[in-house]
Design a protein around this ligand. Sequence first.
Ligand code: C2E
Ligand code: MG
Ligand code: MG
Ligand code: MG
Length: 291
Amino acid sequence: LAQLAAALQRFGRSAPPRASADRPAVTLADLKAALDAGQVKPYFQPKVDVRTGVVKGVEALARWLHPQLGTIAPDLFIPMAEQGGLIHELTLSIAEQSCAQAARWNRHGLRLSVAVNLSPLLLDADTFVGEASTLLEHHALAAEQVVWEITESSVVANLGAALGTLARLRLKGFGLSIDDYGTGFSSMQQLARIPFTELKIDRSFVSGASDRHHLRVILQSALDMANRLNLVTVAEGVETIEDWRLLQDFGCALGQGYLIARPMPGDDLPTWLRQHTQHLRALREGRVHGR
Ligand code: C2E
Ligand code: MG
Ligand code: MG
Ligand code: MG
């Protein structure tokens, strides 16, 4: 396992970070035009089995591929879309592109679950559950292959709307993930009312947790609780071998982070995956040794 982690670290780090404009001056009208022009796209970050290194799924993360300014990060334009009334359209676009991508991978024998982030504003939209189901039909996907991620803080802030919409999504068969767990001040009593299938620990409890006692305690407690509730446990922000080993010790099911791979365009994933798989095989056969 140590060798696996060492190899993954070398491998994950070999992908250079993509250029990103820090705080570019863009307007809502620019964003609308970019959506119409297909310049807002999902990048995909692998979610990996912490024991075996096998890729189980991906998370779709929105990128604005601006022709002049380069790649713009979602922290800049998601709030803009939320405030400017574009978040519904943006979410459906990212979900549509992600389902299309998953269907293409399926046709190549690659069955990966795809997670899409859901703004709390969508929880209020009574059309959303129907639109989500239509997407599946268009791409002949099973609902089980799609997971909606919703942050803990937005669930708590919108419990009434969240309950109804999330329960209906779950009834359709979609997976439901609590994102950024540990930062939202929810009570168990609140979360237990929603039929979540997965819990993602916020990266502030993952990156660098091994040498910080209180982070380790929180991480282990959250994982124990989620495992006992039969939720799929995911850790985001896995950056180092030490983070990875801690997750193995604490029984976390899946890990996601720069140690394994950065978010990448969908077309790059098959090549990345082939190399990753060769790497795992070489490790199993003892042909590669960790440092
Ligand atoms: P998130 O859903 O919690 O996604 C995880 C973020 O952590 C991503 O940032 C990802 O690139 C980053 N990350 C992954 N591994 C590591 C790591 O090892 N270390 C560190 N430091 N960071 C890591 P990104 O792509 O910039 O997205 C930021 C946030 O924007 C997301 O947080 C999500 O809340 C939101 N977002 C992204 N795409 C969408 C979308 O399509 N719709 C909505 N509503 N929100 C989105
Ligand atoms: Mg997420
Ligand atoms: Mg998260
Ligand atoms: Mg986050």
